[in-house]
Write a protein that binds this ligand. Structure first.
Ligand SMILES: [Zn+2]
Ligand SMILES: [Zn+2]
Length: 187
C-alpha cells in the first residue's frame, strides 16, 4: 500500500469528515454524531483538553453551492492549573464550530484567501484546524481555580486561603524599631 503523504487526509482519522454520502446539491444535509479521542496539544499552555480524552462531536453538514458548511458543537473535558495558585482545574467545555469548506477547484477554492475558508480534499474535510481555533478561543489565557482566587503569598508561597487575614512578612527597619516601641508606649 502506498504511504499517504503527510497532508493526505485519511477517512479513518477521527477528526476527518467524509462527505461521500452527502449529495452535492445545495440544501442537502447530513448529521455527524460521534465520540473521538482528543488529539495532542489541544489547548493552551496552562489549560487544555487532555490528549485521548473523549470529545463529543455533534455536527451538521450542509451542501452549499461551492462546498460544505459544517456547523455544530464539540464538547469535552478540560484540565489545567490555576494561573495564580497552580491548583489543578477540571472543567468541561462546549465550543461552537461553523466553517465553510470549499470543493476542490470550485471558484471559492480558487479565489478565496488561504485562511478565509477551509478546503476539502476530495470528499474529505479536516475538522482539526477549526476545532483547534475554536478550543483555543474558548479557553481562558489566564485560567483560575475560582474567580476570586487570591493566589499565593509572594514571600512564603502559601495559599492566601490557608493564611490568617493579618499574615505579613513586614520587616521593621531597625532604625525605626525604637520609634514604633515609643508609639506603643504612648498608647
Ligand atoms: Zn487558584
Ligand atoms: Zn507569606
Amino acid at each position: 500500500m502506498p504511504k499517504p503523504s503527510p497532508n493526505q487526509l485519511s477517512p479513518r482519522s477521527p477528526l476527518v469528515l467524509d462527505t461521500r454520502e452527502l449529495p452535492r446539491r445545495p440544501g442537502a444535509l447530513r448529521t455527524v454524531k460521534r465520540v473521538v479521542s482528543a488529539p495532542a496539544d489541544l489547548g493552551l499552555e496552562l489549560i487544555g483538553v487532555p490528549e485521548g480524552a473523549e470529545l463529543s462531536l455533534d455536527l451538521r453538514l450542509e451542501s452549499v453551492s461551492e462546498g460544505v458548511l459544517v456547523s455544530g458543537t464539540v464538547a469535552g473535558p478540560v484540565e489545567g492549573e490555576c494561573g495564580r495558585c497552580l491548583r489543578p482545574i477540571s472543567d468541561s467545555l462546549v465550543v461552537r464550530i461553523q466553517e465553510l469548506y470549499a470543493y476542490e477547484n470550485s471558484t471559492t477554492d480558487e479565489t478565496a484567501d488561504e485562511d478565509e475558508v477551509g478546503r476539502m480534499q476530495g470528499d474529505l474535510i479536516d475538522l482539526e484546524p477549526a476545532l483547534r481555533d475554536a478550543v483555543v478561543l474558548a479557553l481562558p489565557t489566564n485560567p483560575l481555580c475560582r474567580d476570586d482566587c487570591p493566589g499565593l503569598c509572594s514571600e512564603c508561597g502559601v495559599h492566601w486561603d490557608e493564611l490568617p487575614a493579618d499574615h505579613s512578612h513586614q520587616q521593621i527597619d531597625p532604625r525605626w524599631a525604637g520609634l514604633s516601641q515609643l508609639t506603643r508606649q504612648e498608647e
